[in-house]
Design a binder for this molecule. Structure first.
Ligand code: SRM
Ligand code: SF4
Length: 568
């Protein structure tokens, strides 16, 4: 049976309503129709099935164990303790007893069954959160620098993440009708989508706001990146604008590739909405509506040329971009442990294994964070590196928080034996991700455990080497920006990628293809040995691999490395 194209489904959906109400009410199956599965993404949810039991269910002639993933929209990744307690409650009542911090600074629930989907959505909304446009062909969750050290600017940048997210929210009332029982408006299905129109965007669109010197949002991996530029008084002067970043690729298809954004100019704060709207509508109008694998802004830019796209953006915005200003990123990780903010409050960054918060033997993290949320008066911030910041703690409260952190082993990952393990990122992959070709989240602890003796042998336990694992080439852990990355090819088999720069400004390069763990370890050990003996002081692993000629820049069509000339 041939299914309609996603473009047709969007057009015929009456502004994302489809037959979702009917499908949710159908007790015969745990699944939604093909079309509604596409539409429910725009509402922040994916239909999945438990792949661990897929074969068994097939043998038993049962339909797959359908379940839903739900993603919260949380621009800048900030949550109150009250919201935390609600998230925890939802995870426990409706989902698989875990909360998952994502690489886009929010939470996902996994394992919600269809008949509880609506109640879960309502519980999320009751806690002043929503899931609108968290997935789908729209502007996605907007990332904002999470480093609390930068507090004065952080507040401003957080506002920009919020404002941009709100600015680009779809105008359809479908979400409110389907999930929150809002009365159907008379002209239901005809609301004007000011930015999107009836077919929304050709593909997802991602925005991030970074504050140098920390690139903790990997700003160049976004369709639209804003790099905050500060004036001499330390106030926000405006933003450099980067366009066309993206990670997704497909194995064996050279027409697809990861790409870093091009820095195209500088705008003042009052120009941000205009330039962002111009970039998004340029992609809306010129993006590929036929081949979804080729529909991201990065390909539109490469097909049409940067000059053409910049010209479009300037025409639509109604002004010319000023020349980009110098900036310098030091790294794209989080700073773990306690730091003091400008206002004397303290912020504790906890490393979470792949962002998964669950109660496991010896690491009852879900319970521990519930206990912290009960006494914490500041906020929680989640980071794009899947970590958690307990933010805004008065000095007098630190001890109480520390005691709970110890009691519930929330520092287990901060105390991991290697710096590599403390900062590693892995995507969800199996068992929930339909696209996973190999394990990622579940494999990460095993793999870092295998690397530990090698790193120890060469005195590299504290070397801040950035490892990222993805279960397939779509790149949800932004693996192409890892100094070491594994990209899944098949069960137990990965492409080994090496040589990104830990600043998010250079992509890594394929080093060995389709290899198993023993081969990966064999490939890495001699490189660790060389790095230990031959590195310059403070030289990162990826930088060393380039200087020593182990890897070269990857052979992608454009934009192999962010121009260094502009950097301060
Ligand atoms: Fe992703 C698809 C998980 C960040 C590129 N991503 C998926 C799906 C929904 C699989 C699917 O389509 O059926 C995964 C659900 C797995 C699950 O069971 O939860 C999934 N992506 C994730 C998360 C949860 C990974 C994580 O471990 O944290 C991240 C959720 C982000 C969020 O909160 O919004 C996540 N995905 C990313 C990122 C990183 C980023 O945005 O900074 C990327 C690379 C950047 C980019 O977009 O280019 C990313 N995800 C993709 C792609 C490739 C898109 C492309 O341009 O080709 C897919 C596949 C697709 O869309 O067809 C994908
Ligand atoms: Fe799934 Fe692939 Fe994304 Fe991992 S990188 S979550 S396997 S789509």
């Amino acid at each position: 049976m041939t299914h309609p194209s996603v473009e047709d489904i969007k057009i015929n959906s009456r502004r994302l309503r489809g037959t979702l109400l009917e499908g949710l009410a159908d007790p015969v199956t745990g699944s939604l129709s093909f079309d509604d599965q596409r539409l429910v993404k725009f509402h922040g949810s994916y239909q999945q099935d438990d792949r661990d039991i897929r074969d068994e269910r097939r043998r038993q002639k049962l339909e797959p164990a359908h379940q839903f993933m739900i993603r919260i929209r949380a621009p800048g990744g900030v949550f109150t303790p009250a919201q935390w307690l609600q998230l925890d409650h939802i995870a426990t009542i409706y989902a698989n007893h875990s909360l998952r911090v994502t690489t886009r600074q929010t939470f996902q629930f996994h394992g919600v069954i269809k008949r509880e989907l609506k109640a879960t959505m309502q519980a999320i909304n009751a806690a002043a959160m929503d899931t609108i446009a968290a997935c789908g062909d729209v502007n996605r969750n907007v990332l904002g620098a999470s480093n609390p050290l930068q507090s004065r600017l952080h507040a401003q940048v957080h506002e920009w993440a919020q404002n941009l997210s709100t600015h680009f929210l779809p105008r359809t009332r479908a979400y409110y009708e389907v999930w929150l029982d809002e009365e159907k408006v008379a002209d239901s299905g005809e609301e004007e989508e000011v930015f999107y129109g009836a077919t929304y965007l050709p593909r997802k669109f991602k925005i991030a706001v970074a504050v140098p010197p920390f690139n903790d949002v990997d700003v160049f991996a976004n369709d639209l990146g804003l790099i905050a530029i500060v004036d001499e008084a330390g106030d926000l002067a405006g933003f450099n604008i980067a366009i066309g970043g993206g990670m997704g690729a497909s194995h064996g298809d050279p027409k697809t590739y990861p790409r870093l954004g091009n820095v195209i100019g500088f705008v003042t704060p009052d120009q941000v909405f205009d330039v962002a709207t111009a970039a998004l509508t340029t992609q809306r109008d010129f993006g590929d509506r036929v081949e979804r694998k080729h529909a991201r802004f990065k390909y539109t830019i490469d097909d049409r040329g940067v000059d053409f796209i910049v010209d479009q953006i300037q025409q639509r915005a109604g002004f010319e971009l000023a020349p980009a200003r110098p900036w310098r990123f030091e790294h794209n990780g989080d700073r773990l442990g306690w730091v003091e903010g400008d206002d004397g409050h303290w912020h504790l960054t906890l490393s979470l294994p792949s962002g998964r918060i669950a109660d496991r033997p010896n690491t009852p993290h879900l319970t521990g964070l519930r206990e912290i949320a009960r006494i914490h008066q500041g906020e929680f911030r989640v980071t794009a590196n899947q970590n958690l910041i307990i933010a805004g703690v008065p000095a007098s409260e630190r001890e109480r928080i520390d005691a709970l952190v110890r009691e519930y082993a929330l520092d287990s990952e901060n105390n991991a034996p290697t710096a590599l393990a403390r900062t590693a990122v892995a995507c969800v992959a199996l068992p929930t991700c339909a696209l996973a070709m190999a394990e990622a989240e579940r494999y990460l602890p095993d793999f870092t455990g295998k690397l530990e003796p090698l790193l120890a042998k060469h005195g590299l336990r504290d070397a801040p080497i950035l490892l990222r694992i993805s279960g397939c080439p779509n790149g949800c852990s932004r693996p192409y920006l890892g100094e070491i990355a594994l990209v899944g090819k098949a069960p137990g088999r990965y492409n080994l990628m090496l040589g990104a720069d830990h600043r998010g400004q250079r992509l890594n390069t394929l080093y060995r293809e389709n290899i198993v763990e023993a081969e990966i370890l064999d490939a890495l050990e001699p490189l660790f040995a060389r790095y230990a003996n031959e590195r310059d002081s403070d030289e990162g692993f990826g930088d060393f691999l380039h200087r020593s000629g182990v890897v070269e820049l990857p052979p992608y069509p454009t934009n192999k490395q962010i121009s260094l000339e502009l950097q301060a």
